[in-house]
Design a binder for this molecule. Structure first.
Ligand SMILES: [Fe+2]
Ligand SMILES: [Fe+2]
Length: 135
């Protein structure tokens, strides 16, 4: 369990998507560092809420690109987004209620979906956008 460092394999080649992924990774790393430093619930909570909100707006942006480019994989990709948002929203809710603790397992979950989803579904989407010349 470590910080996520940006590496070439994480680049999809689509400028806006890549910029937003870097911001998501930055937020993840801020959360990771704050946890390690034993920061309080308020600080962890605000980073977590930022991460959730940014994820929602990032997914909306990608879904707009799917719609504009008639992406054949849209239904599946959107379903995966929904699932991830539900999981993160659930996490934030449990954290705020104090019934869930932000553990290393949670960070592992976030790290895995961030890097797996980017390298899987998002790269496929970017490839399609490139073929359609959609920026
Ligand atoms: Fe993405
Ligand atoms: Fe995506």
């Amino acid at each position: 369990m470590a910080l996520i460092t940006w590496k070439p394999e994480l680049a999809t080649g689509h400028e806006t998507i890549d910029e937003q992924h870097q911001s998501l990774i930055d937020a993840f790393n801020r959360l990771h560092t704050a946890m390690k430093q034993g920061k309080g619930k308020d600080e962890l909570g605000s980073i977590l809420v930022f991460l959730k909100d940014y994820t929602v707006s990032h997914f909306k942006m990608e879904e707009g690109l799917m719609d504009r480019s008639a992406y054949p994989g849209a239904t599946m990709h959107k379903a995966i987004h929904r699932e991830l948002v539900n999981q993160v929203a659930d996490l934030v809710e449990r954290f705020q209620k104090g019934t869930g603790v932000l553990t290393l397992q949670v960070m592992d979950f976030l790290e895995k979906w961030l890097t797996d989803h980017i390298q899987g579904e998002d790269k496929m989407l970017a490839e399609h956008l490139r073929k359609r010349a959609v920026k």
